[in-house]
Structures are given as C-alpha cells and as structure tokens.
Design a protein around this ligand. Structure first.
Ligand SMILES: *Cc1c(COP(=O)(O)O)cnc(C)c1O
Length: 456
C-alpha cells in the first residue's frame, strides 16, 4: 500500500466547492445552440422560460462565465451527503496485478443511489426561488425521479414523475421510494396527456421510452399553472451542476499530490461524465495539463461511437427544442434484451462538441462484459455497482490490464456513479447465464437516422 495515499480521501466540508465550473467558457468551439423546432432559430430565453425555470434558462444559455456561485441553500443540502470520497482501489489493483493506480469517485452514498441528486437539488432550489408550485419530469430506471422527489420534498415542491412503463412495472420499489418522498408517479405513455394518448393509439402495448416520457412531462408542465419541467441529464445546466464531482476530485488529487492520466466515465446523456471531466478538461483547453478522457457507452445504444452529429429532437413527441448532438435518432429504442441503462438516443451537446473536436475518446462495450466487471468489482471492492457505472468499471479494468502488459504505472480515475440495488433483475439474468448481447446492425441504425429533422 502506498503509504502517503489513504484508501479513501474525503475533503473537509469547508473545502467543498463554492462555485460550479462551466466548461463552455473555455471551449473555443462552443456547443451549438438549441433551436426552436418551428422557426429553426436559436431558442430565446423567453421561449425556454415557458418550459424551464428562469435561472436555469440563464445557466443553459451562459457560455461565457467560467464559474457560477453555488447558492448557500444548495451547499447546505450538499453537506447532507457530500463531499463524496475519492477512493484508491487498492484491492482491485492487487487483484488485477497491475502497476496502474486506480481511483474512483463514488457518488452512490445517498438514498437516490446516484450522482443525480447533485443537479436535482439545484433545479428544485431555483424552482422554489421562482415561487413555483411544482415540477414535472420523466424517469427511466428511476434514479432521476428518486433524486428529484428527494429534492422536492426538501424544498416543499410538488413533483410529478412520468416513469417509462417497463421500469414502472419492473421496478415497483423505485416507484415506492419516490412516493415515500411525496412524488406522484405515472407510467408512460399514459392517458393523462395528448401526446401519451397519441403514442398509445399508434403503438398499442408499447413499453414506453425516455423520449416519450419527456414529451408527456413537458406537456403537463407547460399546461399547468405554476409548473416547469426539469431534466436530469443532457442539458448544459445539468453538466454545470455535476461539475461538483470533478471539482471535488481535482481538489482531492491536488491534496494527495497526484494527477490522473486517464479519466473514464459512463455516458448516457452525459451528465456524470461531463461533470467529472469538466475541470480537468478546462485545464486541457487552457493548455495547463493533458489528460485522456474516455466516454463509455453500451454497444446496444452507441450514440457517440456510431451516431451522427446532427440536430435532432430530444423527445419522441417532438415538443422540445432541437439539439445538435451525437444521436441515433429520436425514434431509436435499444433492443429489448438491453438491461444496463444509458438508453437515451442522444448525447449532451457539450460532450458532443468536445468529442467532435477530438478532445475526448469514446468506446462502446457489450453488456455481458459490463456485468462481468460489475461482479468482479463487487467481490473485490465491496460496493455493488449500478449497471450504468459498471460500463466505466469495465474500461478502467481494461486500461489497468493494458498497463500490466506494458508495465506502465498510469493513474486511472473513473466515476462510480451509483449503486445497483434496484437492478437485481438484470443481475439475476447475468447470474443465471441468460443475459445476451445485441449490437444493432447498420440497417437498425439507418431507421433511426431516417427520422432526423432536416436542418442546414
Ligand atoms: C442516470 C445515471 C447514469 C447516466 O446518466 P448521465 O447523465 O450520462 O450521467 C449513470 N449512472 C447512474 C448510476 C445513473 O443513475
């Protein structure tokens, strides 16, 4: 064991970040703006304000301020579960026999079981400050809905969650956690919205999708006095809030006198990865340091590695603004055997631009390989990881094994975004040996691309 480096490094509460870092301020090529789907002109603050809270709109459009103050009320809530530990994975290093140093930043130590609470509490705070009655949102696997219901309970806001129907049925316990925090949970598509009824009429018996649940949640927010819509990933504001992960990591590394060479994160909509890498990417963009950044996505939902960089709809009902991103098309739905989360069709426009500028790499991994890594990690490091997080574990292990071959002592940091207690159906499939992989064919993907809007 490296004497100077403890197994866990916790910052003091007083060392926690007081400002979020906005990586767009240091990007030469800014992410493309959101477009109004009717006029194809950039969305104005007024237009966005119909859907989102005013301060969040400001943050969404802010590409120039590198640092934005974290209000004290949010920092107080952060103290209930932060700072999160930076862990040196000594046991994993030993088991792999690698000369690499492996670190992970663990975001699973709160009831929502993931990093999503970092943005949920911020979004609930701004909604409350604006005097709103409540917020609406969608949730897939349920982590975001849980995080938001916790945040809304704290600030006394109503919370309406549209939950992808298949998850609603398969994850009754997630649903009950949300209800315990006071949220109402509706399976999507539902009969409660125009867009839900339309989708049900066109696709009877559909098990739902994130894109569809987003459309329903937006419709309800826009049509209900005193409500706005909030989103748990993809948006620039969410990456901004999640920068607390990277800022704490950077501060801990500086305290230890260490520096990562490779930074790895799983990528669904891109919020944890964007948050983890932001301050390090800032150093790279300013020419102060260099790092390798690796986004890891499922082979069954490969938006970065096989998607197109184009303007696309963010939701199935096409009620949201258009975003330029690496996308598989808003009609893309991963094959039914896909269990590992990270199933959104597009990627954060900030990360998409960084990837297009070759400042970040991306790889895709098959889910049986992901669950092998999850099981190995659980047995060696003790934490039962979320399937999403296990994508990053997979690639961290692969990179550490490469170091074993070459004898290089690289320092690897990965984001362990959450725990997997509610994913036992997927673990059961893996344990029973019946989990399968499906990689979409080019023909499968062509169908999704055919639905891209025509934007010059
Ligand atoms: C939601 C979630 C993700 C993926 O979302 P991003 O916005 O890409 O970070 C990853 N891990 C966990 C545990 C999650 O709940």
């Amino acid at each position: 064991m490296d004497k100077n480096i403890p197994y866990k490094t916790y910052l003091e509460e007083s060392e926690m970040p007081k400002q979020w870092y906005n990586v767009r301020a240091d990007m030469k090529n800014k992410p493309a703006p959101l477009l109004n789907p009717q006029t194809l002109k950039p969305m104005t603050a007024e237009e966005l304000g119909v859907v989102f809270c005013d301060e969040l709109v400001e943050q969404e459009l802010n590409t120039t301020d590198a640092y934005i103050d974290i209000p004290e009320e949010i920092r107080d809530f952060y103290k209930m579960y932060r700072p999160s530990p930076l862990v040196r994975a000594y046991c994993l290093e030993k088991a792999l026999g690698t000369p690499a140093k492996i670190y992970y930043k663990f975001e699973g130590n709160n009831t929502s079981g993931s990093h999503k609470l970092n943005s949920a509490i911020a979004q609930a705070y701004y909604a409350k400050k604006q005097g709103l009655k409540g917020v609406t949102t969608e949730t897939g696997a349920g982590q975001w809905g849980t995080a938001l219901s916790m945040a809304c309970a704290y600030f006394g806001l109503d919370c309406k969650v549209y939950m992808v129907k298949v998850s609603y049925e398969q994850k009754p316990f997630r649903r009950e956690v949300m209800r315990t925090y006071g949220a109402s949970v509706t399976p999507s598509p539902s009969e409660t919205t125009n867009v839900g009824r339309k989708i049900l009429a066109e696709h009877p018996g559909t098990s739902g999708s994130l894109g569809c649940a987003i459309s329903e949640a937006v419709e309800v927010a826009v049509g209900t006095e005193g409500y706005r819509y909030v989103l748990g990933s993809v948006l620039n504001q969410v990456l901004l809030h999640q920068s607390v992960i990277g800022l704490e990591s950077l501060a801990a590394f500086e305290k230890l006198g260490e520096k990562p060479d490779i930074i790895i994160g799983c990528a669904g909509g891109g919020s944890n990865l964007g948050g983890l890498i932001s301050p390090f990417m800032g150093q790279k963009l300013r020419g102060e340091a260099d790092y390798r950044f690796i986004a890891v996505e499922p082979a069954s939902c490969p938006s970065l590695t096989r998607g197109k960089y184009a303007y696309d709809y963010c939701d199935t009902g096409m009620v949201c603004p258009l975003a330029k991103m690496y996308t598989l098309g808003s009609g893309f739905i991963p094959s039914a055997n896909h269990a590992g989360g990270l199933r959104y069709h597009g990627m954060s426009s900030t990360l998409s631009q960084l990837y297009d500028d070759k400042l970040m790499e991306a790889v895709s991994v098959e889910q049986t390989k992901v669950f092998e890594a999850a099981q190995q990690f659980a047995r060696i490091e003790g934490i039962l990881p979320a399937p999403e997080s296990s994508h990053a574990i997979r690639v961290a292990i692969d990179e550490a094994l490469k170091c074993k071959e070459t004898g290089e002592e690289k320092t690897i940091l990965f984001g362990l975004t959450g725990t997997g207690y509610f994913d036992m159906v997927a673990y059961q499939k893996f344990n029973d040996g019946v989990m399968t992989d499906y990689i979409p064919t080019d023909d499968d993907l062509a169908k999704g691309f055919a639905g891209l809007p025509k934007v010059d």
